[in-house]
Each structure stands twice: as structure tokens, then as C-alpha cells.
Design a protein around this ligand. Sequence first.
Ligand code: ASP
Ligand code: MG
Length: 409
Amino acid sequence: MNIIVQKFGGTSVGSIERIRNCANLVKREVDAGNQVVVAVSAMSGETNRLLGLADEIDPASSPRERDMLASTGEQVSIALLVMALHKIGIDAISLTGPQAGIVTDGAYMKAHILEIDNTRVLKHLSQGKVVAVAGFQGLAKNSDEVTTLGRGASDTTAVALAASLSATRCDIYTDVDGVYAADPRIVPNAKKINRLSYEEMLEMASVGAKVLHTRSVQFAAKFSVPLQVRSSFEDIPGTFITKENEAMETTVVSAIVQNANEAKVTLSGIKDQPGTAAQIFGLLSERNINVDMIVQNVGTEGLADLSFTIDKSDVPRIKEIEERLKSIVNANELQIDKNIAKISAVGVGMKSHAGVASRMFRRLAERSINIRMISTSEIKISCVVDDEYTELAVRTLCDEFGLTEASEE
Ligand code: ASP
Ligand code: MG
């Protein structure tokens, strides 16, 4: 018998009516002769509501207690879903993450899954039951404490279960019908992507696309779990995310992704000598500030400018160490620019097609969009531009790489 894992996001279980709808989607897989494991998110808005309550008492409240609290959201959903399943004649049982054998490390609010002891899940499946598992939570290995896996991590619960059960497929049901080649808010006629490789999805997530929890895609890639992102409201095929195949390489660029969450930091007039970068980035990593792009320009008289991008949320932390940063490298100035956007083109086809970068740069130039920083990987090119050009840049590049549906005229 095939095991199918289904994951329902917060909007998909956002009301009783929608939970009934999910129950029908589960029934469909059961009727098709599959064994079904379901991973469920909290009802939409619920995790925010719970953490908001915690913040009212103390924004710095105990991480252990925050996890104890936040993990209840998913328990509501699994119990209601199972009741809805019973009501339509499907034998089912709900399990919390700990009951389902999800073992994590001890990092509250961002725990990683270490292993899954799926004995109990398999037992229920063999009894003919659907098993609904609470997403986003587990039990810490050495302390037996309840942990949560980070915001959006129910996807990761689903994929980890699919991997551990060698599931045939993991379907991620959500409020969109798949992954689009660009943000539909900017490009309303962006193409829906039929097939993506794990690598592309990971790259898209790393440059700012928020479709799936990144760790879920890493798991899927590592254990070759075929994923499908699909709509819980419309019965149409979604986007399949699988191992790379030759057909995928015929598309040069699969998606254009924008990210407005980064800020650019420039240290100017620093000494151009060995050890400078090591000192700067050493201090940043000590402070847990993640750096994305880095560019250094050598100027006159042995002095250089060094720019890097960080998450906007880390700007206050940069300000705290501004004086130290300047003094360790004798910089005469530190500038922070929040008005930037990173525009990235992603596609496995870049491995076999030359000239993607020059097409990208030329089209941006034609629109008089200045490129402030560039970075590349084997399957991605990112440009930092002024954020006022975000929409224009995304639209222009979708047009260049054929990522829009021709409008019917
Ligand atoms: N409920 C959690 C959150 O809102 C986990 C999830 O939905 O994936 O972050
Ligand atoms: Mg999500």
C-alpha cells in the first residue's frame, strides 16, 4: 500500500467549514486505496495570537513556556480534523508531535528534527487509521521537553514524516494552487510552474520566496521525497518539486524572485590589507548577524570600500557595533541603506545556457535601473537595486525570460 502524506496549512484549516473540506481531501486519498498521514498547522492567525498573548505578559518570556503555549495551536487543528474525519466515516486518530515520535534537539522555538520513531504511526496505519500529526512540534531528545520547530515549520514536519515513512508523495495543501514564476501581486499573469527541482526551490527560498519552509525542501532533497504544492480549494494539479531532470533544463530561467528584507551596509575607506575582512565578518558572526552578499571595491591609496547585505531586522544590532566595526578597520564611514531590493533569476537551465547574466543586466540597463551589487551561484543571479524599481525590474525580467502567460486578445 502506498503512504501519502498530506499537509494542510493554516488557511486550509482556518474554519470548521474548511476543516470539513480537508477531511474530504483526506477521504479522497483513502478511497483511492492509500494509507494517509496528515500534518496540520494551527488555524490561520492562531500562532500569532498565542505568541501575542505571551508578549503581553513579557516579550522576553521563557522560551520553554512559549513553546508549551505555541504548540497548542496545532493540537486544536488535529483534534478537530479527526472529528471531521470520524463524521464522514473515516477511522482516524490525532497525535501530538511527541506522540508521533518526532525527536528534536533542545533549541526552543527553532528546534531541529533529529529523528522520528514512527512505530506508533505505523501501528495506527496498519490498523487502517488515518493519522493526523500536529505540525511544528516535537520532543527534545535529552530533556523530554516540548519544542517548536520555527515559524512555518509544519511543512518540515510533513516532509520529515514522509521521508521516515518512505511515502510515495507529500502533498502540501495551501491557499495558492502552486508555485509561480513571479509574485502574482507584481506580475498578475505570471506562469504557474509545473515542475521545479529541489535545488531551484531551495535557491528561490534562500533569495526570498516564501512558499515552503526551507528546511522542508532540504529534507525532501536529501531523502528524495516528491513534493507537490497544491490548492486545498481547487482540484487542479499543483507544482511538483522533484529531482532535477533533463526536461527542466530546457527552461533557462524558472522564476524571478524579489526580496525587500535586506539592508546594505557600506564601510568606506578601510585598509586594503590581509585580515580586514576576517575581522569584520568575525565580529558579525560573533553577534549572530547573517551576511548575504559581499562586495569589495579597491579604491585609491590602498583604501577600499566594503559593502555587504544583512537582514533588515539585524540593522539595530549593526548600529550597536557600529563604532567597533569602524575602529577595527579604521573605516571613516559606515552607511546603512535600507532602500534596496534584491532581484534574483533562478533556474537549473543556467547550467547549460550561457548569456543569462548579460540578458539580465542589459534589460535592467534599458530601464535605467542601476545595479548596486551582484552575486551568482550555479543556478542563480541576484542583483541589488534601489527598491523603488522592484516592480519594474521583476516585470521586465519576466518579460525577457518568457515567464508570463500570453494575455488573450
Ligand atoms: N503554526 C506555525 C506558524 O504559524 C507553524 C506553521 O503553520 O507551519 O508558524
Ligand atoms: Mg506555511
